[in-house]
Design a protein around this ligand. Structure first.
Ligand SMILES: Cc1cc2nc3c(=O)[nH]c(=O)nc-3n(C[C@H](O)[C@H](O)[C@H](O)COP(=O)(O)OP(=O)(O)OC[C@H]3O[C@@H](n4cnc5c(N)ncnc54)[C@H](O)[C@@H]3O)c2cc1C
Length: 230
């Protein structure tokens, strides 16, 4: 955002300030060394502040913090978590505190006694084994369901329960720096950013996207992000 605004409104360059408010720690699931690195890099940024505080209210002209401080601002980007969609909320199925549909370890909706309904991805949570809401989990569950339904149709037997083994986590922290927290190694900075980009390229599902995505990256690198609206 900082890069885009200062590119498009050069005269406002010095007035653009970003405050990232986090009530606990940023990137809590990452190794503490990578977490500290991210904190350090964010704090080093010009016109950027990482604030450890709890937001109690968002108003039209700023946010209120738990200690009573009022932080004036022109734009608030709220990203504190996921909420289920209306459709998921309306379903007559057992749900957890977060509103996710509870499944057994075969990803079957437990409140459906016929055991013919499945729920995967962000909208669901495995009983006694909640997993993070990430694309990695959703993709793996999708593959598992496809395999297990085919197996059941052919042999009549249910597959083994779904087991999630994390392949690690990658996160971009801006300015061509990223974090890689993999079971085999940890990486940070530019090398990690290259790994992050390469990893995403390998996950693209069609040749159209494999060509389009690097071209989009190149265009953004050369000319900044395309902010036009269609
Ligand atoms: C900003 C952001 C950044 C993220 N970054 C990462 C990341 O770096 N790495 C990572 O692993 N994960 C990341 N995630 C999480 C990841 O995107 C999700 O975990 C993943 O997309 C979940 O997949 P899903 O198929 O369960 O749900 P979704 O991808 O949300 O797909 C659900 C689909 O269902 C459709 N739908 C909803 N209601 C209906 C309806 N009534 N009828 C028909 N269709 C409907 C929706 O349009 C949508 O296409 C990020 C999420 C966000 C929001």
């Amino acid at each position: 955002m900082f890069q885009d605004v200062t590119r498009l409104y050069k005269e406002e360059k010095d007035n653009v300030k970003v405050t990232l408010i986090e009530s606990q720690k940023i990137l809590p699931s990452f190794d503490y060394r990578l977490q500290s690195y991210a904190e350090k890099k964010l704090n080093e940024r010009k016109n950027f502040k990482l604030l450890n505080a709890y937001v109690t209210e968002v108003l039209s002209n700023g946010v209120k913090l738990k200690d009573g401080t009022f932080l004036p601002c022109g734009l608030v980007v709220w990203s504190t978590g996921l909420a289920p969609r209306e459709f998921t909320r309306r379903l007559d199925a057992k749900r957890n505190k977060q509103g996710q549909i509870v499944t057994d370890e075969y990803l079957r909706v437990i409140s459906d006694k016929s055991l013919n309904s499945y729920a995967v991805g962000d909208c669901s949570s495995i009983q006694h084994n909640p997993l993070p809401c990430t694309a990695q989990v959703a993709e793996r569950q999708g593959r598992y369901i496809a395999k297990s339904l085919n197996k059941e149709a052919k042999s009549g037997y249910v597959s083994k329960p779904f087991i999630f083994k994390s392949q690690g986590m990658l996160a971009y922290i801006g300015e061509n720096k990223a974090l890689s927290d993999l079971p085999e190694f940890k990486l940070k900075g530019l090398p990690s950013w290259l790994l992050w980009r390469s990893a995403y390229l390998t996950r693209l599902g069609s040749w159209r996207l494999r060509i389009q995505v690097p071209l989009d990256w190149f265009k953004s690198y050369m000319f900044g992000r395309d902010t036009s609206r269609f």
